[in-house]
Design a protein around this ligand. Sequence first.
Ligand SMILES: O=C(O)CCC(=O)C(=O)O
Ligand SMILES: [Fe+2]
Length: 345
Amino acid sequence: MNNPSRGFDIFSPEFLRRQQDFENFWLFMMKGGLDKAARDSIGRASAAFISQKVGPSLFADGRIPLDERDRPTVKNLQKKGYAPVPNIFSDAEIEEIGAYVQTIPAAVSGGVPESHALLKDVPPAAGFAHFHGAAVCGCPPIYRALHDERLISLASAYLGAPATIGITTAWWSYPAPGGAEGMQMFHHDRGDFRSCNLFVYLSDVAAGTGPHSFVEHTHDMEVLLPLMSQRLGSNPEMFHKFWRWMEQHRKTDDEVRLFFPENEVLSFTGPKGKSFFEDTRGLHKGTRPQTGPRFVFEIFYSVLPKFNEVAKPQRRADLRLPAGLETDSSKLSPLVRYATRQYLV
Ligand SMILES: O=C(O)CCC(=O)C(=O)O
Ligand SMILES: [Fe+2]
């Protein structure tokens, strides 16, 4: 039967020729239809395609500009899947962000019915209060971080293509009863075939307050395959079991321990301000807070825009921002204007 409402009018000559059908196919491949080797290969191909398409319009010599100081960061990210960077926000900016989010509604979830509420009204049993990018990009320090050309260049150098900022978000995670679920279990992100994230802690994060955890070397087949071949190659049964397991979207801590020694399962604690890049195609989780809440900020840099979301960019000129922040889109560097286009025009 035709079901045009689902976008699958299979008897139409236009079936699979319309952008929507094609996007559905693309998402199917991204969200579990392909194994990691194929996903990573498509990621490399998409970076080559985008570089070829947009590189010449963004850079005079076609090359992504990279600050010398960021070369080791890109190398670490390639080798291990994560890399610390100097603090993105000052303490004063973190205060400013904390005050700003008290004035906008949060999406409340985790153990309570989903709702929107101001922070002061978030029910005590809630697991999360998320602030969407569209609401936080007008917060001056966040606007500045989004437009930080050095960060965009770093992400682009890692991706091998000019980056697109797909998600910007800040959220509180709260200690809540019950076991880990969702992103509090180890998982790999499936937001794009090639991506990296900047995380910034906006509250002090200790073992009890939900540290972000990452299994190093799990981000990219070019790193993971040689490692696991060396480790499990002599045991074909375990080797196959490992790759089948990798395809499971979510994994328990015990399962992770079966395949990775403790020293490779990293847990990032540190004072507020701590900032790091990570390729969340690798296994990671936000440990469920036990003793206190955690506040964190994230920018997701990818090669392609998120096809499962409609971009509703705001006009920079409409934001009320302090002098010193460029709001004339035509005056931005082409790389920055390109990277931020899903949020701001
Ligand atoms: O809360 C965290 O540290 C993990 C978040 C996460 O899984 C993600 O941003 O993809
Ligand atoms: Fe994730």
